[in-house]
Design a protein around this ligand. Structure first.
Ligand SMILES: C/C(=C\CNc1ncnc2c1ncn2[C@@H]1O[C@H](COP(=O)(O)O)[C@@H](O)[C@H]1O)CO
Length: 255
């Protein structure tokens, strides 16, 4: 006799660690059998549980690759900056000065301003990092990246910029640059991260945005003066780097 009622259907059925008896069993095979059976439908690789594992892997790989990076500054700016544009030279100079000040330089690893900052850091003998992103119009990591990681997910990549940077230099850019700058500002504003410096380089380029923030957002009460003051505006990349050094030495984010 087996089981409480002695019926023949009372058999131990395990689904992983879960025991099911008396009609609760839904699987006719063991977990091992299903794992080792390669004939099944492969559609599961496109399911959310599987994506969660890929997302987790991006965090693990990112944290693993960057854990021992040391002091670093992220440089953001347009992917479209041509190599003969003055902003390219400015970004290159920024990368070089940051490297000479002992910072690793982190960029999105792409073309334009990212490439220029990586070039400056690399040529100055610094640590040149690129956090690339898989895009439909793939451009790959630029040639000046010495330590590169390619991400599928923007949000995992953004975590790396924030976790491993002690400050941000923002050169002229479009929506990608704005997204990164406002992400940094939001995290500082909400005290999710330490008060690190955010320096906008390019007075002419950024003044219109800052004027809108002051005249419209601040005036409407959706922004406070202290949040606006977190964005430091300059044309001088020496000043931008000096602010990073001063914040790193414990002088705080503001000049
Ligand atoms: C547009 C082109 C290539 C895009 N390749 C990129 N590779 C890596 N990171 C990128 C790329 N595009 C945008 N980013 C990120 O956003 C910022 C720049 O965006 P913007 O809209 O150009 O301002 C930058 O800081 C990156 O982190 C081919 O030209």
């Amino acid at each position: 006799m087996s089981g409480r009622d002695g019926g023949d259907d009372v058999q131990d059925k395990y689904t992983g660690p879960i025991l099911r008896r008396r009609g609760q069993a839904t699987e006719s095979t063991t977990t091992d059998q299903r794992l080792l059976d390669s004939r099944g439908d492969a559609g599961w690789v496109h399911t959310d549980p599987w994506r969660v594992l890929r997302i987790q892997a991006e965090f693990v790989e990112g944290f693993g690759a960057l854990a021992e990076l040391g002091p670093a500054i992220s440089v953001f700016g347009s992917a479209r900056t041509a190599s003969d544009h003055p902003t390219y030279a400015l970004a290159e100079q920024t990368g070089r000065l940051l490297a000479e000040a002992g910072f690793a330089v982190i960029t999105g690893g792409g073309p334009g301003t990212m490439e220029a900052a990586n070039k400056g850091a690399c040529e100055a003998g610094g640590v040149s990092v690129g956090l690339g992103i898989e895009l439909p119009f793939e451009s790959g990591l630029n040639q000046w990246v010495d330590k590169g990681i390619n991400f599928r997910y923007f949000f995992a990549r953004k975590t790396m910029f924030v976790k491993y940077s002690q400050g941000f230099v923002v050169l002229p850019g479009g929506v990608g640059t704005l997204d990164e700058m406002f992400e940094a500002l939001t995290l500082v504003q909400t005290q999710k991260v330490t008060d690190f410096p955010i320096v906008l380089v390019g007075v002419d380029y950024w003044s219109g945005l800052l004027a809108w923030l002051r005249d419209t957002a601040l005036a409407a009460g959706t922004l406070s003066e202290v949040d606006l003051d977190r964005l430091i505006l300059t044309d001088d990349v020496h000043e931008a780097v000096a602010l990073m050094v001063s914040a790193q030495d414990g002088g705080g984010a503001a000049s």
